[in-house]
Design a protein around this ligand. Structure first.
Ligand code: SAH
Length: 456
């Protein structure tokens, strides 16, 4: 039988935190039994209250810190505790980078059973604030006025927000401007409960390199009252605005964008660059939200691919072709695969935009398309994967093992599935040479890493 649980709900106990969970809570152990406490930091001694007790683990609330970590800082954001968008602002940036490196190293050992893999220090930002190039903000009403901000943690209550410290400043400015303009013109906010009202979300996108701005107004209704006045005022207040879009979302859903997009003014897309590759970004396109670190991530992938110009490369999970186009400049040919058809349309358009012709994109599941290519004789010397959080499908990993590309570059947004997949590839004949964590989302617990594997 299992050991008895050493604590009870509502107990107050003293603990010392020894680790952080992947979602940023402090971990303490009582006779080996773990308790997770939001806001606790490794090395801290504290009094906590036990909130919930499960068989193998429990949750607590921080009551008092007796001894603070030297890495504890005051979160600079005034709404940090209510918002939940960031989870690590109370940890120094240096501490965050070390925690992400440790998280990668720990899962490689624990889940991947990989000893002696070189994990480099996390590549962080010099200025880890104001990095996001896209804001999507829900709109509500309070005492007759409009509010726009974020949903309070674990609720659907909108809290008004003037500024988000991880958002590029221009995006804050767009949100404030559209809110003020619409309020003055008497536009109603969407009411989720009654499914009434007009304005649902304000979205802003910014090309960091080009300075171009897109404003998207998401409405429940086809009609946007005072449309021309709204357009005029946005143009006069926002520098760099190139595109004003209305998106109609009449459904009862918490998905932000609806299916209908109308260009109210200007272009359908804005442009941006990552390195020297130019991208067209529409209101619906997926585009990495931290462009500065995206460049760092892709340069790491490029360095690990170590191309000479003679190689065929496969880019699985290619999205709008960002990594493919980056690699194509140094490869003989790049084949990209992606499941979302619109993303492949963007990828083809982006290839043309940059006069890159040695790429070929296909719509489909990587685990179906790549085995089919392999049967037809399409192989690659270098294979890049950048899967969603759940990692690679086993059928894809098996095809990699059969196809035997000399190098595999694994770009991952989830260290746990990365470690699981690296183990499968190791058992199939690959060696993990090195892993580079890259901080794409400072102050949040998201952890991105690139791994280099070579065929043994
Ligand atoms: N490499 C791109 C996108 C990475 S995000 C970039 O850096 O921008 C992961 C992508 O995998 C998403 O675009 C998602 O639509 C796609 N995807 C998810 N499951 C897939 C599957 N089974 N086969 C191919 N693509 C898939």
């Amino acid at each position: 039988m299992s050991k008895t649980i050493p604590i009870n709900k509502n107990d107050y106990i003293d603990v010392e935190f020894e680790d952080l969970t992947h979602d940023g809570a402090g971990v303490a152990k009582i006779d080996g039994y773990p308790i997770f406490v939001p806001n606790g930091l490794p090395g801290e001694k504290a009094k906590i209250k036990v909130i919930k007790v499960n068989k193998g683990y429990s949750f607590g609330r921080l009551i008092e810190i007796y001894e603070e970590s030297k890495d504890r800082v005051n979160a600079p954001c005034p709404i940090y505790n209510e918002c939940g968008g960031c989870q690590l602002q109370h940890l120094s940036y240096e501490g965050q980078l070390r925690a992400k490196e440790k998280q990668v190293r720990d899962v490689l050992t624990r889940i991947g059973k990989l000893e002696n893999v070189k994990v480099h220090p996390t590549l962080g930002m010099e200025e880890p604030w104001r990095y996001r190039n896209k804001a999507q903000v829900p709109v509500g009403e309070r005492e007759g006025g409009l509010i726009a901000g974020f949903y309070q943690k674990r609720s659907h209550e909108i809290i008004d927000m003037q500024a988000c410290l991880i958002q590029q400043e221009i995006n804050d400015k767009v949100v404030q401007a559209v809110k003020e303009i619409c309020e003055r013109l008497g536009i109603s906010a969407y009411d989720e409960q009654r499914h009434k009202g007009t304005l649902r979300h304000i979205m802003a996108r910014h090309g960091l390199v080009t300075g171009e701005v897109m404003v998207v107004i998401v409405t429940r209704t086809q009609d946007l009252p005072h449309k021309n006045q709204i357009i005029e005022e946005i143009i006069s207040r926002i520098d760099g605005v190139k595109s004003i879009i209305q998106n109609v979302n009449s459904r009862k859903t918490n998905v932000i964008l609806g299916n209908e997009t109308k260009v109210l003014w200007g272009e359908e897309v804005i442009y941006d660059y990552i390195g020297n590759v130019k991208f067209a970004i529409s209101s619906r396109s997926f585009y990495q939200v931290n462009p500065e670190q995206t460049k760092v991530l892709y340069e790491t992938a490029l360095q690990y691919a170590d191309l000479t110009g003679e190689e065929n490369v496969i880019d699985a999970y290619c999205g709008i072709g960002t990594i493919s186009l980056f690699l194509a400049q140094k490869a003989k040919k790049v084949y990209g695969v992606e499941i979302v058809p619109e993303a492949i349309e963007d990828a083809n358009r982006n290839a043309m935009l940059n006069d890159i012709s040695n790429v070929e994109f296909a719509v489909g599941e990587a685990e179906v398309v790549i085995p089919k290519w392999y049967k037809e004789g399409v192989t690659a010397e270098v294979l890049v994967v950048d899967p969603p959080r759940k990692g690679c499908d086993e059928a894809l990993l098996q095809t990699i093992i059969d196809m035997k590309p000399k190098k595999v570059v694994y770009v991952s947004c989830n260290p746990a599935t990365l470690a699981r997949d690296l183990r499968i590839l190791e058992d199939g004949g690959y060696k993990t040479v090195e892993v580079q964590p890259v901080d794409m989302f400072p102050h949040t617990t998201h952890c991105e890493a690139v791994a280099k594997l070579i065929l043994k």
